[in-house]
Design a binder for this molecule. Structure first.
Ligand code: PMV
Length: 328
């Protein structure tokens, strides 16, 4: 028997960084997904294989010490934490032997498209199905958040929420709202190839906020306002307005010091190629940008221009589906 669960990646449309301070952010799930396959093997513990990380590790959970032995490599810690947490939550903590968990992913790692959260939610959903426990989606998202704390230090919760529920969501001070989309946004998600570290960028904003509290407060408020205005623009399919709001959001992120010259130039290239708006997405300092085309017919030109500048296209499709069981 084997169980396969999958979860989508995400991109933040508006409000990254502000969301850490309880401001509104908007995010959508994107079509590339992470898959987690659970089956049994003869290992005395939990064997995690990650194709993307090129890791194959076996650890056993010791209920006395409440530790995995041997200690999993750093890159796998958040996955073992997810396994431990769902084991405790469902009363299966002492049954975690002979398990093989294989992770495969369409998402690049460390590019700000939510690969770690998608890995955690897919893992949790696969184990939930494997044990026949009936954890709610809310609980899966909550447990994935605990893994995100390992990966990101002070996450807002937006990544685990989007990869669990899919579609378009707003997130404000822990309150989540889902929106139905009657059409698909012609959104290009492109990886700059510049490595980034979320915690470093979050720290930059913390430092700037300590040094210039009033100014940073106004920037964060302005970001919140952009997220508020984006919701009716999306509903009314007013892509021009949406693009303008994205451009403004990018400039606010620049003023917070979390952009990078490569991100600025990719946004500019996308705009020149016809995008109605473009911005960095996620933590910044590297990673990914998003560009909004006026229609799907214009996506190809923008994609070509970005590729010429060395960007890798991650997706130009959003996903309505959150975490799901693909096979059991
Ligand atoms: O680049 P990512 O996907 O790690 O996004 C970080 C977004 C922040 O708002 C900067 C932090 C967060 O946890 O929301």
């Amino acid at each position: 028997m084997e169980v396969i669960a999958s979860s989508p990646g995400k991109t933040i449309l508006f409000g990254e960084h502000g969301v850490v301070y309880g401001k509104k952010a908007l995010a959508v799930a994107i079509s590339p997904r992470v898959r987690a396959k659970v089956s049994s093997n003869d290992s005395l513990g939990v064997n995690v294989k990650s194709e993307a990380l090129k890791l194959n590790h076996l650890s056993t959970y010791n209920s006395q010490t409440k530790k995995w032995a041997p200690t999993p490599p750093d890159m796998l810690t958040s996955i073992y934490v997810a396994i431990e947490n769902i084991g405790k939550e469902t009363g299966n903590i002492d049954l975690m032997n002979n398990l093989l968990l294989e992770i495969t992913s369409d998402l690049p790692v460390g590019s700000g498209v939510g690969s770690s959260a998608a890995t955690a939610t897919a893992t949790l959903a696969a184990l939930n199905q494997w044990w026949g426990t009936n954890l709610s989606l809310e609980k899966i998202s909550e447990l994935a958040f605990l893994s995100e704390e390992i990966t990101h230090g002070k996450p807002s919760g937006i990544d685990n929420t989007v990869s669990t529920f899919g579609g378009l969501i707003s997130f404000e001070d822990g309150t989540i709202e889902s929106y139905s989309l009657s059409y698909s946004l012609p959104l290009v998600v492109a990886d700059s190839g510049v490595p980034k570290q979320t915690s470093l960028q979050v720290q930059k904003v913390i430092t700037m906020k300590q040094q210039k509290p009033e100014i940073v407060a106004e920037i964060l408020d302005a970001m919140h306002e952009l997220s508020e205005r984006a919701i009716p623009a999306i509903h009314n399919k007013n892509l021009k307005t949406l693009g303008d709001l994205m451009n403004l959001n990018h400039e606010l992120l620049v003023s917070l010091g979390v952009s990078h010259e490569k991100l600025d130039s990719l946004c500019e290239i996308a705009r020149k190629a016809g995008a109605v708006g473009a911005k960095l997405t996620g933590a910044g300092g590297g990673g990914t940008i998003i560009a909004l085309a006026p229609s799907f017919n214009d996506v190809e030109t923008i994609v070509k221009a970005l590729k010429l500048e060395g960007a890798t296209i991650i997706s130009s499709e959003i996903s309505i589906e959150g975490v799901k069981i693909e096979q059991y």
